[in-house]
Write a protein that binds this ligand. Sequence first.
Ligand code: NAP
Ligand code: MG
Length: 491
Amino acid sequence: MNKRIAPHKLNFDTGWAYSPAPESIDHVHIKDQYKLFIGGKFVAPKAGKYFNTINPANEKVLARVAQAGATDVDRAVNAARGAYDNIWSKMKPAERGKYIYRIARIIQERAREFAVIESVDGGKPIREARDVDIPLAAAHFFYYAGWADKLNYAFPCRTPQSLGVAGQIIPWNFPLLMAAWKIAPALACGNTVVLKPAETTPLTALKLAEVIEAADLPPGVVNILTGDGSTGAAIVNHDDVNKIAFTGSTNVGRIIQHALAGTDKKYTLELGGKAANIIFADAAIDQAVEGVVNAIFFNQGHVCCAGSRLLVQESVADEVVFKLKERMQTLIVGDPLDKNTDIGAINSAAQLERINAYLDLGQEEGAEMFQCGGKNPDKGYWCQPTLFTNVAQSHRVVREEIFGPVLAIQTFRTLDEAVAKANNTQYGLSGGIWTDKGAKIFNVGAKIRAGVIWANTFNKFDPTSPFGGYKESGVGREGGMHGLSAYLDLH
Ligand code: NAP
Ligand code: MG
């Protein structure tokens, strides 16, 4: 079982192997340096500071990006306020909708370029960026464009009113998609925006700024500020911001909640997760195993709602673990731009260090660790898919979010035990149920304290469907009609 496999040389009995199939990058244009997008123009940061964004698959610098300070945040909020007061809040909703449609269409037209940039800046496989991130980002703009002139129908007998300026702070795991989740509903509801992407993945947000320029949005409606945590904090603490939308870690979410306590700013927080994927003995086992691979290994486990815990009914546990290990040997870790790649680069050196610390910790705690022993590329940040078995509920690898391709497996005997174990966590973002019985899906689904439950599938997203957490996974919902109310005052 512990076979060593080199990338692209799957040494299977059948003898087949993949040849490298790299995505073409000739059509991609990345500038050497990017400024801040404020008031419809790219402007230099006041303090003149820039930082590098790198490709985590080869550690090469892709571009220099502006570091926004408090003065730049102030300029951006003022631009957003001006655009809100003078143009956007006064515009006919149907006209607002047309601008949002235009953004959606331009993203679709430039989808191939966006996909490559998402892949090189963040390390995710091109397959994921091309098939999931970029089409879904466009779909969110299309979906919310349709709501712009129908808010009264979404909230009958109420008077929906925009909030003003929304400060939006997003993480590095789905950079363009998170920007779309934030910007599209905010604009549809008549708000203007100041958005800060994560430090390690600023490029698709900056490309989105170019799209917004091309869509001819009135200056100041969307402002994009690159920077670090201090830029995010300056947005949160700015007096003239009416709403904060944050996606990121539970720790930073807590800091933001403290900062907002006692103010009249509205907020939504989308935070961490430690989802349980539950496989019952009556499930279609091969499908379930594939679902588990999709839930935790694809996209390097860099998914807030990843199924990072697996609960398997005892009678099928050996079979599931055997099949999972077999499937893991066929997973290709390597060049994110190769269309065959399943698991790309870990987003940053710091994240890899965090994951590796958990791999050591799991073994120190007494868990059994399994990896296939594939060879990592020489440069860049990599982690082979990893299983922990023989774990206890008290182990930190079972309790804490690792945010890497690491799965902790536990067993259960009864349905009640599965539910109790699944709910024994500080988080409540998502969960998965694998069973042949529809009644069991409804029974267990109703008992799991999590915002999203997938049944016989995992990690499926749609703009019409709300997303968000229970417990320490967050406050509020994004997506669907629920996502509108987060950007409105409803009288
Ligand atoms: P993070 O460290 O919390 O950062 C998220 C964003 O906040 C980044 O833009 C970051 O800037 C910024 N930030 C850092 N400190 C801040 C502060 N004091 N005030 C305001 N903003 C600040 O999270 P991450 O490591 O980038 O992302 C991983 C986490 O996001 C995981 O926990 C994951 O579960 C969660 N996540 C949740 C969802 C969801 O929908 N629930 C979706 C995706 C990810 P820098 O980049 O410069 O640090
Ligand atoms: Mg980068």
